[in-house]
Ligand binder design. Sequence first.
Ligand code: PMP
Length: 325
Amino acid sequence: MKKIPSSLEKLSKFVGNTPLVEVTCEFQGKKVTIFVKYEAWNFSGSIKDRMALSILKSGYSCGRLQPGETIIEATSGNTGISFAAMGAFMGHPVEIYMPSWLSEERKRILRFYGAILHEITVEQGGFLKCIELAGIEGSKEGSFCPKQFENSNNPAAHLMTTAPEMERGLLKAGYADINAFVAGVGTGGTIMGFFRHFSQIMNDFQAFPVFPVNNSDGSHRIEGIGDSFVPKILSLSELGRVIRVSDSDAIAVSRNINKMGLSVGISSGANLLAAAQKAYELGPQAVVGTVFSDCNKKYLSTDLCSGSEEILSVDFKILDYKIIS
Ligand code: PMP
């Protein structure tokens, strides 16, 4: 086992141990309670910092990653921002392959941290091309490709940190443990990590993946999830039925969360709505958990912050929330 650099140890202190929030909502006239890890409070502002830290630690400890090497990754934004910020902190150059249609803020933040950004259009092959190119470039001498879509350290980050933190937070505050979990799927790291952790301690634990309702051309406005292919680490056969959320609903719910003072992005709106729907369906026995994956700052130029009206297609409202640990 190789030595982990002290800069990476320092970084660890900025990742994880995020607030646990109890959100009370009304779905189809019925009160439901959802428990949420508020992941905007991580080093670079998203849940992906946990995965990036876990991959960098494992890269260093097995000797696959050396100081000063270039980190090259394909991403829909947050992962790239995590590696760009961590790379800047630790002295690693970073190159990012990202689909061109993602928000301007993502691109500007990546460049701001000093990363080289390669934008890939639909015509050039979109996300799958990003993964292919990052894999090729990242396998060259002096480079390291985290391969978030297939790296087991991605779900392991949530198995080892996010999910046990939720369990401990609930216990400390005197609440019952969650028996179902709902999350939007990008790489599938979050949902698989939660599923693995809670399945170890509960027999009939269920996890439900959330995907966007796609337009006829496959597009949607929930950045970070539903990347149009099934990642290797996502084991759909072990999970419950897929929940589809329209981007319009996700935006409307995300706006409501923001208006109550919690900064979140669009996928957080999808997660809360899907969790409330699942809690409603499963009935009074259900204790449902989810995550708010990132904050609103990367969405200033998107429809989240535009004046256009998004009408909720379901009877849903947020009543209140409080931080429980
Ligand atoms: N929401 C946002 C905003 C994201 O950036 C991501 C990661 N792409 C996710 C949700 C999904 O997380 P995961 O990759 O762990 O499935």
